[in-house]
Design a protein around this ligand. Sequence first.
Ligand SMILES: Cc1cc2nc3c(=O)[nH]c(=O)nc-3n(C[C@H](O)[C@H](O)[C@H](O)COP(=O)(O)O)c2cc1C
Length: 331
Amino acid sequence: MRSQLFRTRITDLFGIRHPILCGGLFWLADARYVAAAVNAGSMGFMTALSFPDDPEGFRAEIRKCRALTGGKPFGVSIAFSDRPGVNERLTPYIEITAEEKVAFVETSGGNPAQFVGDLKAAGCVIIHKVPAVRYALSAQKLGVDAITVVGGEAGGHPGVYMVGNIVQAALAADAVTLPLAVGGGMGTGRHLVTALALGADAMMVGSRMLTATEIWGHERYKQRMIEANELDNRVVMKAFRANHRVLDNATAKAVDELESRGERDFEKYRDLVSGKLVRRAYETGDWSQGLIDLGPAGVFAREIKPVEEIMDQLIDEAAAAIGRIETLTVP
Ligand SMILES: Cc1cc2nc3c(=O)[nH]c(=O)nc-3n(C[C@H](O)[C@H](O)[C@H](O)COP(=O)(O)O)c2cc1C
């Protein structure tokens, strides 16, 4: 593992060596992956919704992660919804997070206000992820401890405004007073230096990590990720204001076609957008079906290798980027 190159408010808050956060990955961010992120000097977040209707499975995975990190603190990721009544199903996951004394919680997807009090009472540090600066400003008032702002390039749900990270991260750094991570389209050490130069305290990665050895997805899926170029993703579900950046496969094209035809009956989409289809793609390696989250930064995932080697690479690249800037600096 590389020695510490940067100290920021995020490295201090999370007690980590490198200012790199590995965001929640639906179905994929399990104990093995998150522990690997933590053991490599970054921070990872285990995705609660990967255990639908199985809170005790989530608890078991938390315990497994604790064993794999040797007791080092780690995170869980909990996605909220702004649709009425949906967040109630998260209550057991919040309770287990608190009971198991998970140190860090990434919240995303909607307003976490309903659960901030319980999580803070349990001693959790909360980092809330938003896709636009305006949400960051509201989140700051909720009592969370840190903010991640992702740009429109992000794999998964980049929000409806789709402002690019190079503009949005600088705006976020000006506007957000809490420790700040920025992400979306970031996947090299040059991006890490950029994030810090823009005024953030850390870079968040998602797509870059999909070919890590510790990601359990099928070998054929990982191979597709390696082959994907920066154009092989598509944003769908814009018609429902639920923008979803995914691999440009048969399902993504089918959804896009329905949207283009003006179809607005969600029932026509239900099977295509089902998370079960995605789970099957990860299990079988048949990546043609399912809305499989991916952003253009996946292009930097050029081989399968352990998380620790990816982190070492990111830090080496960051050091080289700083070295280059120094050679350009007029004495
Ligand atoms: C496969 C995949 C699954 C994701 N699942 C979630 C999730 O369940 N919850 C969440 O908050 N973010 C999720 N994200 C978003 C990431 O945590 C992160 O914010 C995003 O990937 C950063 O942008 P990048 O893909 O350009 O690196 C997912 C991203 C990917 C690529």
